[in-house]
Design a protein around this ligand. Structure first.
Ligand SMILES: Nc1ncnc2c1ncn2[C@@H]1O[C@H](COP(=O)(O)OP(=O)(O)OP(=O)(O)O)[C@@H](O)[C@H]1O
Ligand SMILES: [Mg+2]
Length: 416
């Protein structure tokens, strides 16, 4: 007999700090299918938002979720990834492989991304424990290190870590509260050969200097380790608690399959943003800038979960950029590489020639695209000075040098 698992889907509506039930999600794990039905009372609300703006518009016949293990895109985005799953597996004392999508969905807590929540019953209240305080960061970092090393973690430290780890991504991280604001604290990972938190910090600031919108970032030292703080763009504190803003990844917006990267394409994303989200020219230009910047800094981990959209009453709009880090490569090896998504008429080939080849799809004339590329190239050429001034060590600067080797040659190539 086919197994059937149910979760009540709650949503924090715009301006609210308490979630309301929106409907029931039934998951059929053996078939990899999911089915959602809105509650009648929810649909009567004047301010009802779709729980998934792509596949579950109120008033339309709900489609089954068939890709990505049978989770609707917005649901999958609200569930933890590798790191959060590792923490939940440790909490449940079960190997992660023995747990199903519904286990991860239901064990996520108030730190999950976006405005959805998943509960076992209608009566289950708000997630009780809020994110840990910034003051606990040293303890949380210790717990994260022990967990990665497969060592036993002290119960109280584990609880602190667990409270903040339902957001996505593979690297160790925890949401913490500081000055009435939530921040994602991104830690060094076991086996890192360089100081990634500081390199990510410097790269994000370089992206900002290139005209890309980023969340506020900070770098702090905890003991002998650097920790990157990224301000959460999906939360805002009010006197009543945190308001939550809806979030979906580009993967969900496009209904792409996580395992089929042949579908992933910046130009297709731009088409959808223009045609369906009615994106303004500046928003499309921003996407183009992010794509070109990923070429110039060799960020090949630009998969469609690393592009996001915030959703509210006015619809969906590109979120600030996140997770931009050079992917390390040996010297002399970095000249030819691919991004995760297709850029132009040469597919995923990471060159500016390819990036400008379909510039019209981003609403840009060829000349305007060249101007932007030149602007970004001039900015990225200063990367070394920039990284040094942000405290990146000379050893780490050498480690990333090959990633930036393309920037020098770019202008002449793009013009030819
Ligand atoms: N500033 C932010 N505010 C809210 N949510 C964010 C923010 N930055 C990232 N996220 C969400 O958290 C997830 C994880 O963040 P991030 O991509 O930085 O982690 P990561 O572990 O480096 O990811 P990856 O597995 O791609 O390497 C993102 O996929 C996105 O859903
Ligand atoms: Mg990521």
């Amino acid at each position: 007999m086919t197994r059937e698992q149910k979760a009540y889907v709650f949503i924090y509506l715009p301006g609210e700090t308490v979630a309301v039930p929106a409907g029931i999600f039934t998951h059929y794990p053996d078939d990899g299918i999911g089915r959602f039905a809105y509650g009648h009372r929810y649909l009567e609300r004047f301010n009802a938002l779709p729980v998934d703006p792509v596949t579950l518009q109120p008033g339309t016949v709900p489609r089954d979720a068939v890709a990505n293990g049978g989770l609707y895109g917005a649901f999958r985005d609200a569930s933890p990834d590798y790191w959060g799953r590792l923490v939940i597996a440790a909490e449940l004392k079960s190997p992660a492989e023995s747990l199903g999508e519904m286990d991860f969905l239901l064990h996520g807590n108030a730190s999950r991304v976006g405005c959805l929540d998943f509960r076992v019953s209608l009566e289950q209240g708000e997630p009780e424990t809020g994110p840990p305080s910034f003051q606990s960061l040293e303890d949380i970092l210790e717990a994260a290190t022990q967990l990665q090393n497969g060592e036993p973690v002290r119960h109280d430290l584990f609880q602190l870590l667990e409270q903040g780890t339902s957001i996505g991504g593979a690297r160790p991280k925890c949401t913490v509260e500081l000055d009435d604001t939530l921040w994602i604290a991104k830690f060094p990972a076991r086996g890192d050969s360089v100081n990634f938190p500081r390199i990510e910090y410097a790269t994000m600031l370089l992206a900002q200097a290139c005209g890309i919108t980023i969340p506020e970032v900070n770098i702090i030292s905890v003991g002998d380790k650097d920790v990157l703080l990224v301000k959460r763009f999906d939360r805002r504190k009010t006197v009543l608690g945190y308001q939550r803003f809806g979030f979906i990844s580009a993967l969900s917006l496009m209904e792409w399959d996580e395992r089929d990267r042949t579908q992933w394409s910046y130009t297709a994303l731009a088409d959808r943003m223009r045609a369906v989200l009615l994106a303004q020219p500046l928003e499309l230009e921003e996407l183009f800038r992010r794509m070109v910047f990923n070429v110039l800094c060799r960020n090949t981990d630009d998969h469609p979960r690393n592009h996001g959209f915030l959703w509210g009453e006015k619809g969906l709009a590109l979120s600030p950029a996140y997770d931009i880090v050079p992917t390390l490569t040996g010297s002399g090896v970095g000249t030819e590489f691919s991004l995760s998504m297709s850029l132009g008429n040469r597919g995923r080939e990471a060159t500016v020639v390819n990036a400008v080849s379909l510039s019209a799809r981003f609403g840009l004339s060829r000349d305007k695209a060249h101007v932007i590329v030149e602007e970004l190239t001039l900015c990225v050429k200063n990367w070394e000075e920039y990284f040094a001034s942000q405290g990146v060590s000379s050893v780490d600067i050498e480690a990333v040098r090959a990633c930036f080797s393309g920037a020098d040659a770019v202008i002449s190539v793009a013009r030819s």
